[in-house]
Design a binder for this molecule. Structure first.
Ligand code: ZN
Ligand code: ZN
Length: 247
């Protein structure tokens, strides 16, 4: 029914965009062709406040105003981090929330490029990831089977594609089902995460390697902290964490 002309038209990106314009995942407006991102319009991108130092050393939340001596924000006071430094990209609300939800709940690997573009726009993130091994937070096998993918693994892989000195190693596994944590208090989350992870069998860690554990969200930090404790127990000494959204 369609001729060769149509086929060459749809394989041309610009022409494809003309026929099937992409809509912004957050506001629904058409994303203009020359936009930096594929699924977020420039206005919604501007809505995202990227975190930058000076920030909390544990969760990456920025300190506003003058900072005197404090390493951690009030949010992290009760967390005893087993890692050196935590960075997060922005709050998990508005447009970033839409992107992360599309990735997790709508199998939206098409938004990965945008998510990582935004992450790399944050001050110092490229340098922070430089020459590190990215370790995705693992999902429980049943959850991974249901979802068919682990979003943290996809994010880590896309980051490593873009920061060429990084590699991804899925070193950890979940040892038990921890359920949904959304209704749990900070203490309950911490308890719930104890012994929830282990090192995969047959893996040995290099104390000289810098490992950055990657998650999609930093809420209380208990998940990332539990992952880092396992890596530390098995010999890693240089540990940091990165999460996309803070919330
Ligand atoms: Zn928009
Ligand atoms: Zn903090």
């Amino acid at each position: 029914m369609f001729g060769e002309g149509f086929l060459s038209l749809v394989t041309n990106k610009d022409a494809f965009d003309l026929i099937f314009p992409r809509n912004c995942l957050h506001c629904g407006d058409i994303v203009p062709e020359q936009s930096k991102l594929l699924y977020l319009c420039p206005d919604c991108l501007r809505e995202i406040e990227l975190f930058k130092p000076p920030s909390c050393r544990t969760c990456g939340f920025p300190f506003y105003g003058i900072v005197v001596g404090s390493r951690s924000c009030p949010h992290c006071k009760e967390l005893d981090p087993t890692y050196n430094m935590g960075r997060t990209i922005c709050r998990l609300d508005g447009p970033m929330r839409g992107l992360v939800h599309a990735l997790k709940y709508r199998a939206g690997s098409f938004v990965l490029r945008d998510i990582v573009d935004i992450a790399l726009m944050a001050t110092g993130i490229k340098e922070f990831l430089n020459e590190s091994i990215l370790v995705p937070v693992p999902l429980h096998p049943i959850r991974q089977w249901k979802r068919t993918f682990n979003q943290c693994e996809l994010i880590a892989e896309e980051l490593a594609e873009r920061v060429s000195s990084c590699k991804v190693q899925s070193l950890l596994r979940r040892t038990r089902w921890t359920g949904s944590q959304t209704r749990l208090s900070r203490q309950e989350r911490c308890r719930n995460m104890q012994d929830a992870f282990d090192l995969k069998r047959g893996i040995s860690l290099n104390p000289d390697t810098r490992y950055v554990v990657v998650d999609d969200v930093f809420t209380t930090g208990s998940t990332l902290n539990a992952c880092c404790s396992v890596l530390r127990r098995f010999g890693a000494t240089n540990l940091d964490i990165l999460a996309l959204g803070h919330g």
